[in-house]
Design a protein around this ligand. Sequence first.
Ligand code: UD2
Length: 332
Amino acid sequence: MNLFNGKILAVTLMTLLTLGIFYSYILRHYRFVVAFKHKDKTSADSLKYNQPHLTENSRTDVMTVTPWLAPVVWEGTFNQDVLDSIYKPKNISIAATVFAVGKYTMFLKNFLESAEQHFFVGFRVHMHVFTDQPNEVPKVKMAAGRQVMVHKVPSLNRWQEISARRMKQIQDLIEEKLRGNTDYIFCLDVDSKFHGRWGTESLGRLVTVVHPGYYRDDRSRFPYERRPQSRAYVAPGEGDFYYCGGAYGGLLQEVHQLTKTCNLNFEADAKDGIEAAWQEESHLNRYMWINKPSKVLSPEYLWQDFKPKNPEIRLLRFSGVIKNYADIRPNV
Ligand code: UD2
């Protein structure tokens, strides 16, 4: 009898154990199915792409990370599908500013049309055009979720002022119109055209572009402001790269801090009767020396049409057009 009861007990325990294992398997499988069903199709984990290898580098001909560990973005260093799949579900909003004062309105059509083809395609973009002649802003067909917004600004009779005053107007735009509805902002020169993708790979906290004219040079040749009495001063033996005034950006609050600081320094210099060698570009360079950018864009992101393409430039994305300064600027 005892033996019989023992056998029943053992069989019961075995059955319960088997059922338990089977139940936990079903439960795990069921959870997996549920998770799979709810998976966002645009998220990175649904993408198939080549395995990244720590012992391989896709670009060995150029610097791909700065000494302060900021990525330097070149064609071949990123996977655009992975990046887009990270930012797409976030529904980010990107603002771009562009100034066209006086004869520079002639550049707007190409700038805006090429931006539609290459600048954050498929994302929410607001192009903020600042001009003294709103009637001269061309009507450009924009994709859904993208818009041109025109802001009237006074015409000035010195190109140096037009260029430098942009910082204050960008600061005001952020404070008055963009806070709370925009994630990232890029500030761009109008006398330029997009030729290739400029997208999510360029996003970062504080983003700047290395100037195409100086990236192979020793820093002693960079055209930094060299007079110590200017707030844009960079001492000999200092400075990382020479950055363009024609393209920079990042998170809204970071660009706010940058434009506010550069503008304050520009104004304080003006009170002292000094204008930095390259106006706001000099102040930007000083700022980036002190506040290291979190992402550095290679000169693919602002080339100059008059320069032959160097071999390290595998994809030209944005480039300054050839222009006759004497014809288009209000002063020489
Ligand atoms: C460089 C910089 C520029 C700025 C300037 C120094 C690049 C590619 N460009 O360009 O950003 O830092 O040095 O001040 O890095 N503008 C007008 N109307 C005018 C004059 C200028 O709208 O009459 C605006 C326009 O948006 C133009 C920008 O100011 O793109 C810069 O002026 P620029 O292109 O004449 O200056 P540049 O070529 O010396």
